[in-house]
Design a protein around this ligand. Structure first.
Ligand SMILES: Cc1cc2nc3c(=O)[nH]c(=O)nc-3n(C[C@H](O)[C@H](O)[C@H](O)COP(=O)(O)OP(=O)(O)OC[C@H]3O[C@@H](n4cnc5c(N)ncnc54)[C@H](O)[C@@H]3O)c2cc1C
Length: 407
């Protein structure tokens, strides 16, 4: 019997899992991730107000990987040796491959700001948000005056702000500061979106500091480059991501600050046996670092791995429509479709539907455990997020108030 071709997938979140699920057990597939749980990152902000709990946002990776007949290894990879065609793990274990798929995402980027690693809380994982939620609860139930500083008014910063408002906007002693080096909220997007958010926040204890960079962080202060300084009892760092060090150390990226350049077929520009997908990849035509693109790249890479190993021509990846659902807690939700922007709190139900549908697709209810997990997720989501947005009174107000911000 001919031995099966070996495929190693590094990273098992959106891109890596989507790829693994599309590869059949005709290949010997090994999936490696540093942690045991898939995390649905686009909804982790909901931990801050408590409308979601950590268990709802996670899925056991072993189950996701073993269901299609693959092997899961819970370890950190230290290098991809593109010449020897093997992946090295922290433990010293090595896995040979005929094709490797690198889907390691990015890591928190504190931009070299003094004190940022020590005095700010990152916003990149379920665990990060559990820590932030606990800190907010402790501070805001102590009755003391509390100043929260969010650094970065991109998607993550806005969604964090929304959940803080959902949970605590009536707290008499809360002040929230949002610091953004760009001149608008949600830099890079239609400025009308940021203007709308700013208008909503005029009713709340929120101050935006736009066009302001952070110079340094101390335990209870955020120093701005303009010389001003903000009091801070808790500082959230949402100001971006940088490439995983693995890309540079493996020669897949030319510098430590570069993402891995790939061809339109998602193959590394330096090693055609290696595919790089999801946030880690730099395509010739820029693709935004979003979960739905990562899922599409994962599925596409699986097809190209099969073609590569069969020696047939590979197909170029084509990016889908730019879509986005941006939640400002229960204050408002924005739907962006290309250049179009719609707003309305009832769109919160759509965001919940996207979460539920993707979780069910990733972990279909084929056995008792996934079926029970799906039931729990569904009921909690329905009661805490979808129904409040869709109950008759809310519908009357919200649907009639569904607004077109950019048509
Ligand atoms: C707070 C937040 C909100 C977001 N909101 C949205 C949204 O609303 N809509 C949207 O579409 N996208 C959103 N995104 C972006 C989206 O989550 C990412 O685009 C997506 O997660 C990228 O998927 P990925 O599989 O490429 O990488 P990731 O999801 O980052 O997964 C990388 C995986 O690789 C593993 N890994 C890394 N290094 C190693 C190593 N050396 N060895 C082994 N394993 C390793 C990690 O443990 C991780 O599981 C959001 C992201 C964040 C952080």
């Amino acid at each position: 019997m001919r031995s099966r071709k070996k495929v190693v997938i590094l990273g098992a979140n959106f891109a890596g899992i989507a790829c693994a699920r599309r590869l059949s057990s005709h290949f010997e597939v090994t999936v490696i991730d540093a942690s045991g749980y898939f995390e649905f990152l686009p909804n982790i902000h909901e931990l801050l107000s408590g409308v979601k709990s950590a268990d709802v946002l996670r899925l056991p990776r072993r189950r996701l990987v073993e269901t299609p007949g693959h092997t899961f290894v819970c370890e950190t990879a230290t290098a991809v040796d593109t010449q020897a065609r093997c992946v090295e793990l922290e433990s010293g274990q090595r896995f040979d491959f005929d094709a490797c798929v690198v889907a390691v995402g990015g890591v928190n980027n504190t931009l070299g700001v003094r004190g940022a690693e020590q005095f700010s809380l990152p916003f990149k994982s379920v665990e990060d948000c559990v820590v932030i939620a606990q800190r907010l609860r402790d501070l805001l139930t102590s009755g003391k005056k509390t100043s929260v500083v969010i650094i970065g008014a991109g998607l993550e910063g806005v969604e964090a702000l929304g959940e803080i408002l959902r949970g605590y906007r009536n707290h008499p002693r809360l002040a929230v500061h949002v610091v953004e080096s760009g001149e608008q909220i949600l830099p890079g997007r239609d400025p009308r979106l940021g203007d709308d958010i700013q208008q909503h926040c005029a009713d709340f204890p929120v101050t935006f500091h736009l066009g302001e960079s952070v110079a340094a962080l101390a335990k209870t202060r955020v120093k701005l480059a303009s010389g001003r300084s903000l009091p801070s009892d808790v500082t959230l760092w949402t100001a971006g991501a940088k490439p995983s060090p693995l890309l540079f150390s493996s020669g897949l990226a030319p510098t430590a600050s570069a993402w891995a350049a790939v061809t339109p077929t998602l193959q590394s520009c330096v090693a055609p046996t290696v595919f790089v997908i999801g946030d880690a990849a730099a395509l010739p035509d820029r693709v935004s670092k979003q979960a739905y693109h990562a899922l599409d790249m994962g599925a596409h890479a699986a097809g190209n791995v099969r073609r590569f190993l069969a020696g047939v021509p590979l197909k170029p990846f084509s990016r889908g429509l730019e879509l986005g659902l941006i939640a400002l807690g229960d204050v408002d939700t924005y739907l962006t479709v290309g250049q179009r922007i719609f707003a309305g709190p009832s769109l919160a139900a759509a965001k919940e539907l996207v979460f539920q549908a993707n979780m069910a697709r990733l972990d279909p209810p084929l056995g008792a455990s996934p079926a029970i997990a799906l039931g729990q997720r569904y009921w909690r989501g329905l009661h805490r997020l979808a129904l409040p947005a869709l109950r008759p009174a809310a519908l009357r107000n919200n649907l009639s108030g569904l607004r077109v911000i950019a048509g």
